[in-house]
Design a protein around this ligand. Structure first.
Ligand SMILES: [Fe+2]
Ligand SMILES: [Fe+2]
Length: 278
């Protein structure tokens, strides 16, 4: 997939959870050459951990849209870790909250429409229920509702399915096969090697992996994360996770969508590493 897409194909670049400053540095240094090489028509970035590993500030949201050229920012269970998002969300309609999450009041804040080369796309942010906190609405039904809502426009659908369980992600992907052009998972911060096209229509990868420091425990330093897995200490000190800084990778997925049918024809996993001296 090193050639420019033809006029019959639209190329999507989806980038996994940006974790803290390390993740933003990956974008700064690795995204421009990636764009140059692959020339994506739509760039989707998951930003739920972009601010110190927890949530999203307006400054960083603007940076992702304006400086790094995100067309859509998706989120996940950490969407409200920085409370200022309640103020600035209304100014960024392509900043998506998980549509079916228990603490998202307006389900329409979980999807947006964009038009590229005359083709309408609906991008959807959903979250799973298995091993996830809170009473989230059923993501399968949530997809059906959004799909029906847009049926008269005949757009193509792309879903960021933010979930812990591999099984739930795979079940969801099969559920929407033939209806969604692309489904990718986020949240675990570990890339899976199962990218493929389901039933010659739906591009899929169970998890994109994170964009950030991989010398870590899902983006946090080993030293700060370890107490979360040990018996509580008598001192009962609050665990303070520290974003890690070493071994920077940008992880994501490229997908080519046939403009005439909406079918994904090719998907390619991306894992670009930053040289330690960069
Ligand atoms: Fe995440
Ligand atoms: Fe998450």
């Amino acid at each position: 997939m090193t050639e420019n897409p033809s006029t019959d194909l639209l190329r999507i670049l989806a980038i996994g959870d940006i974790v803290g400053r390390a993740g933003r540095r990956c974008l700064e240094l690795l995204l421009p050459p990636l764009r140059e090489k692959h020339r994506p028509d739509i760039v989707i970035i998951n930003g739920e951990n972009a601010a110190g590993g927890f949530g999203l500030t307006e400054k960083i949201c603007r940076q992702l849209f304006q400086d790094y050229g995100a067309d859509v920012i998706t989120t996940g269970n950490h969407w409200q870790d920085k409370k200022e998002i309640y103020q600035f969300k209304k100014d960024y309609e392509n900043l998506l909250l998980p549509s079916n999450m228990y603490n998202v009041q307006d389900s329409s804040s979980g999807y947006c429409q964009i038009s590229v080369k005359g083709q309408n796309f609906v991008i959807i942010s959903l979250t799973g229920r298995v091993f996830m906190k809170g009473e989230n609405r059923c993501p399968f039904q949530a997809f059906d509702e959004i799909y029906e809502h847009f049926q008269s426009d005949r757009p193509y659908f792309i879903v960021d399915f933010h979930a812990e369980a591999t099984s739930e992600k795979q079940a969801f992907a099969h559920y929407v096969t033939g209806r969604a052009s692309l489904v990718f998972g986020t949240h675990t911060h570990c890339p899976t090697a199962d990218e493929r096209v389901l039933d010659q229509f739906t591009g899929y990868q169970t998890d994109l992996g994170m964009t950030g420091a991989y010398d870590s425990v899902i983006g946090m330093t080993y030293e700060s994360a370890l107490p979360a897995f040990l018996p509580p200490s008598p001192q009962k000190k609050k665990i303070r996770f520290e974003p890690a800084k070493k071994d920077l990778w940008l992880c994501g997925l490229l997908a080519d969508i046939d403009t005439r049918s909406g079918a994904a024809v090719c998907v390619q996993r991306i894992r670009n590493e930053l040289r330690p001296d960069a």
